[in-house]
Write a protein that binds this ligand. Structure first.
Ligand code: F6R
Length: 628
């Protein structure tokens, strides 16, 4: 949602904070601000709009202090405006906040009754009021924080500073992430590793219910009761160059082109090239503190992943947005390969629909960020109900990754474009690995078939490289496509989730009407939409549903829509009913979705670019949705 950066150290805090906020702008971008010490007082500068507005305002501002906090906002409570931008300030106290204080209305009412005056419409400002009040009663910054936390409800991460303690910063969290980087003569706190990695790789991941007291060269961690906790930093292996555009005009295009590598990295730990075998090594199901002993027949000695998979009788897959579509592919693959029934759910629905989770269930959550609030809540709900859980995340040690029993990693590298691309294909590849591993555990994958599947999956990255050449086609076609009134994306079977994903990409980037449909559903309503102002993007691989998709397409063609078809090899028949035919190389049906999605991403990218939209940071969206 929002991005937070705090700095205490020898460099110019303005430089470090702005550079950090730039890397976090994907988290929210309707306003931003900083508070930095200058002559013993916090000077606050805020701006509505993109971070560049703040940078402009700060151009001629100098600060002589070495402590500062900054924030980039994605509005939840209170419209985007300078008044609602963070930091919030009350006298000597300044705070930045990410998340939601659920009981803000009742706290605010009490404070107003006691004479407080609020400057903003946000839920965040009251944190500054509460800390200031405690400090007026002589509490230290740390004790003030410990005292106010029991009164806060919701998901939040906060940085607080006070002029009374000009060499201290307090960070605390219950929900959205906060990381603390320990450099030589400096400490950087941020919502995401991107803001820290160019200074240090030594990181402390703050957990929920933890407070960090940051002072020169030192970080002390306490729990919410004020008891000291010993915690050592970990060394991360991400590289600062991963978060640069490297010559591409946008992160999104760079990330589309990185997809072959992302898939190779996702499958690498799970494929033995010499034996051509699949494994789920590294999943590391930790069932020591498994909360559903009644629900799953796990004995103490049954810790081998393969044996655990044998016990699984039902699979639930839960995610949001693009990750949900990756999960949908998982449903098709797992049911077909492993013959285990699968239920797929949107996390925001799952958590409130009182799901019945039978004995021996595995719940898989898919999340690029590992921080999506609904997905995290669904994971917790399923754990409570006794499911064994497995996360598929891109960000190691994210909340979802930490809380699941077992872990798979997308290994896509940092994804900065708000619209997810490379994390999606990595997830699709992992769905292949997972379905085959389950099939193997169930005795449904013989050695020859396993080898054949491995060969097909391993070949995917180089086939994907070839498909990227459609870049040029869409760069040219975009000017015509952007004039269309709407887009229908059609697919069947494993191409159906890809059609949905294609439509989502166009909606979020081009702000145009786009819908994904299972082609067989056309005659049940959506056919009425089609006329010559519509573009129909059809996924029609040469698979067992080919004939059926062709007849669905004929129906659309007869109503005058412009047809772009994406098929297999030299398909004259498909070509003859299409305005544009894009050929994909032949591959297995389960690998084909990895290829099909690339032209759809390129289409969305180039149409959005041609419309002059902000491709990397589409309006109203945030990369990491840490609130409901
Ligand atoms: C769309 C997109 C979103 C995310 C969704 C879930 O391009 O990026 O739909 O997929 O918000 O996010 P994660 O995967 O981080 O849980």
């Amino acid at each position: 949602m929002c991005g937070i950066v705090g700095y205490l150290g020898a460099r110019d805090p303005k430089e470090v904070i702005l550079k950090g906020l730039k890397t976090l702008e994907y988290r929210g971008y309707d306003s931003s601000g900083v508070s930095i010490l200058n002559k013993g007082k916090f000077k606050r500068v805020r701006a509505q709009g993109k971070l560049s507005q703040l940078c402009e305002k700060l151009q001629n501002e100098d600060f002589d202090g070495h402590l500062g906090i900054g924030h980039t906002r994605w509005a939840t409570h209170g419209k985007p405006s300078e008044r609602n931008a963070h930091p919030h300030q009350l006298n000597h106290v300044n705070i930045v906040h990410n998340g939601i204080i659920e009981n803000y209305a009742e706290i605010k009412e009490k404070l107003i009754k006691n004479g407080s005056q609020f400057e903003s419409e946000t839920d965040s400002e009251l944190v500054a009021h509460l800390i200031e009040r405690e400090m007026n009663f002589n509490a230290s910054l740390l004790n003030a924080t410990i005292n106010i936390i029991p009164g806060l409800r919701g998901a939040y991460s906060v940085l607080a500073v006070s002029e009374k303690t000009p060499d201290q910063c307090v960070a605390f969290k219950n929900g959205p992430p906060l990381l603390i980087g320990l450099g030589e003569d400096e400490i950087i706190v941020a919502s995401d590793i991107q803001a820290i990695i160019s200074y240090t790789k030594k990181i402390i991941y703050l957990e929920d219910d933890e407070i960090a007291l940051i002072s020169p060269g030192k970080v002390e961690i306490y729990n919410f009761k004020g008891q000291r906790i010993e915690k050592s930093p970990v060394t991360v292996n991400w590289d600062a160059s991963q978060i640069e555009k490297q010559g591409y005009p946008h992160y999104m295009l760079k990330e589309i082109f990185e997809q072959p590598r992302a898939v190779a990295q996702a499958i690498d730990p799970h494929i033995d090239l010499s034996t051509r075998k699949i494994n789920l090594s590294g999943v590391g199901f930790n069932v020591d503190n498994f909360e559903g002993p009644e629900a799953l027949d796990l004995k103490n000695d049954l810790l081998n992943t393969n044996e655990i998979l044998q016990t699984i009788e039902r699979v639930f897959i839960v995610a949001c947005g693009t990750s949900y579509y990756a999960g949908m592919l998982g449903e098709y693959l797992i049911e077909r390969a492993a013959e285990v029934p699968v239920e797929i759910d949107l996390a925001s629905e799952f958590r409130y629909r009182y799901p019945v989770i039978p004995k021996n269930s595995l719940l898989i959550v898919v999340s690029q960020s590992g921080e999506t609030a609904d997905t995290l809540a669904a994971l917790r709900q399923a754990k409570k109900q006794g499911a064994l859980t497995l996360s598929i995340c891109n960000v190691p040690r994210s909340s979802i990754d930490r809380e699941a029993h077992g872990h798979l990693y997308m290994n896509a590298g940092v994804e900065i474009g708000v619209a997810s691309t490379k994390a999606f294909v990595s997830s699709l590849a992992l769905m292949n690995i997972l379905s085959l591993s389950l099939a193997k555990a169930k005795g449904l994958l013989n050695e020859d078939l396993e080898k054949k599947c491995v060969d097909e999956i391993v070949a995917a990255p180089s086939l994907m490289e070839g498909v990227l050449a459609y870049d040029k086609f869409f760069a040219q076609a975009a000017d015509d496509l952007k004039k269309k009134r709407g887009f229908l994306y059609l697919g069947r079977g494993v191409s159906y989730p890809i059609a949905l994903e294609g439509a989502l990409k166009l909606k979020e980037l081009a702000y145009m009407h786009a819908e994904g449909y299972a082609s067989g559903e056309m005659k049940h309503g959506p056919l009425a939409l089609i006329d010559e102002t519509m573009a129909i993007i059809v996924l029609c691989p040469k698979d067992e549903l080919y004939e059926k998709t062709i007849s669905n397409l004929e129906e659309a063609k007869a109503r005058g829509g412009m047809i772009i078809s994406i098929g297999t090899g030299d398909d004259e028949r498909l070509k003859s009913i299409s305005d544009h035919y894009l050929s994909l190389p032949e591959t297995a049906w389960y690998v084909n979705p990895l290829l099909e999605v690339i032209p759809l991403q390129l289409l969305a990218y180039y149409v959005a670019k041609s419309l002059g939209n902000d491709v990397d940071q589409p309006r109203n969206l945030a990369k990491s949705v840490t609130v409901e």
